[in-house]
Design a protein around this ligand. Structure first.
Ligand SMILES: NC(=O)c1ccc[n+]([C@@H]2O[C@H](COP(=O)([O-])OP(=O)(O)OC[C@H]3O[C@@H](n4cnc5c(N)ncnc54)[C@H](OP(=O)(O)O)[C@@H]3O)[C@@H](O)[C@H]2O)c1
Length: 319
C-alpha cells in the first residue's frame, strides 16, 4: 500500500509500539507529536517521519495532515488530569478530536482508526469511558470513514493498567480493595491490539465500522491479581470492603505506582463498569490467535527488565 499513514499519539504506550510495528512491516509512518523530545524512546534503526502539532492548537494542525490518506487516533488527555479537582480532561479530549477531524477532512484523509474504550452507555459509565465514546462520535461526524476499536485494559509493559497491577501486587502482600475488585473485564495483550490496529489498515471492510476487541479470557480484577501473583510465585491476600471511595483508592494506588494520580483516579472510577466485548465480529475479519493472560504478563515482565517497559514519567501541564 502506498497510502501515507499518520499516527496521532505516536509517543504513547500504544502509539509508539504501533510505529515500530508498521516500520517493521515496511511502512514509513508519520508521527504526529507535540514535541520531538517525546519520540526519543523509539529505536534509532527504524524509518519514520515526524510532524509537530498540538491537537489543542488548531493553528499548529494547519499543515500537519497534508498528503495523509490514513490516520490512527491514539490520543487522550488523562495524564494532565488532577486528582483533587474534577479536571476537564473530557473537554480537552473533545476539543482535540474536533480539531483533528476537521483538519483530516480539510486535507482529504480517507480513513481514521480510533482506539477507544469498552463499556455500555447508560451503565452509569465513568467520565473516562463516556469520554472515549464521545470522542468516537466526534471523529465519525465528518467525511473520513471512522473505524472504532473498543478495548478494555491493554496489557503490556509501560501501559497504565499493567503498571498499576504490577506495583500493587509486587508491593502489597495484603490488599484492601473496594467492591469493584469483582467487576468483570476482558484485557487484551498489547501485541494483539497492535495486530488489530494494523489489520484495520489492510482490511478495507473495517472502514466505517465499530468493533469490540478483547483478549482470550474474561476475568475479574481479583482474578487478574491472582494470575499475576501466580506468575510471580507470590502469595497475596485481597480483602474487599463495601466502602472505599474511588478518590481514596486512587490516592494509595498513585502512592505506590508510577502512574500519575489524576490518571489513576480516572481509570479507577471506571473499574465499576464491566468492560467485556459485546460482540466478536472482528475475529472473522482479522483472525489472530489471542495471547493468554499469564503469557501476556510473562512477556510484560521480561520487557520491564529489558526496557521498553518503563512508564513515561511526568505529568503534562494543563493547557
Ligand atoms: N492503555 C490502555 O490500556 C488503553 C485501553 C483502551 C483504550 N486505550 C486507548 O488507546 C489510546 C492510546 O492510549 P495510551 O495508553 O497509548 O495513552 P498514552 O500512553 O497516555 O499516550 C497518549 C498520547 O496522546 C498524546 N496527546 C495527548 N494530548 C495531545 C495533544 N493535545 N496533541 C497531540 N498529542 C496529544 C500524548 O502525547 P505527549 O507525549 O505529547 O503527551 C501521547 O502520545 C487512547 O485513545 C486510549 O483511550 C488505551
Amino acid at each position: 500500500m502506498s497510502e501515507k499513514i499518520l499516527i496521532a499519539g505516536a509517543t504513547g504506550f500504544v502509539g509508539s509500539r504501533l510505529v515500530q510495528a508498521l516500520c517493521r512491516r515496511g511502512y514509513n509512518p508519520t508521527c504526529l507529536v507535540r514535541s520531538r523530545a517525546g519520540i526519543k524512546g523509539l529505536p534509532p534503526d527504524i524509518a519514520y517521519s515526524v510532524v509537530e502539532a498540538d491537537l489543542l492548537d488548531r493553528q499548529s494542525l494547519q499543515h500537519a495532515l497534508e498528503g495523509i490518506g490514513f490516520a490512527y487516533y491514539l490520543v487522550h488527555s488523562m495524564r494532565s488530569h488532577g486528582v483533587f479537582r474534577s479536571s476537564d480532561f473530557a473537554d480537552r479530549d473533545r476539543r482535540a478530536a474536533e480539531n483533528f477531524v476537521r483538519a483530516a477532512e480539510k486535507h482529504g484523509v480517507e480513513r481514521i482508526v480510533y482506539l477507544g474504550g469498552l463499556g455500555e452507555l447508560g451503565d452509569r459509565l465513568s467520565k473516562h469511558l463516556a469520554g472515549r465514546q464521545e470522542v468516537a462520535g466526534i471523529l465519525s461526524s465528518r467525511k473520513p470513514k471512522l473505524t472504532e476499536l473498543r478495548a478494555a485494559n491493554i496489557m503490556g509493559a509501560g501501559g497504565a493498567p499493567f503498571e498499576m497491577l504490577r506495583y500493587l501486587v509486587e508491593r502489597l502482600p495484603v490488599m484492601i480493595a473496594p467492591r469493584w475488585i469483582d467487576t468483570r473485564c476482558q484485557p487484551i495483550d498489547i501485541r494483539d491490539a497492535i495486530q488489530y490496529l494494523i489489520g484495520c489498515f489492510t482490511e478495507e471492510s473495517t472502514a466505517g465500522a465499530r468493533f469490540d476487541i478483547g483478549g482470550a479470557q474474561i476475568v475479574t480484577y481479583r482474578e487478574m491479581i491472582r494470575i499475576y501473583a501466580g506468575v510471580r510465585g507470590l502469595k497475596r491476600i485481597v480483602l474487599s470492603v463495601p466502602v472505599l471511595t474511588p478518590r481514596l483508592a486512587s490516592l494509595w494506588v498513585a502512592l505506590i505506582s508510577p502512574v500519575p494520580a489524576g490518571m489513576v483516579s480516572a481509570l479507577i472510577e471506571g473499574l465499576k463498569n464491566e468492560v467485556v466485548c459485546s460482540e466478536n465480529r472482528i475475529r472473522k475479519i482479522i483472525g489472530i490467535p489471542l495471547t493468554p493472560m499469564d503469557i501476556s504478563i510473562r512477556i510484560a515482565l521480561k520487557e520491564t527488565d529489558r526496557g521498553p517497559g518503563k512508564f513515561r514519567a511526568g505529568n503534562r501541564p494543563v493547557s
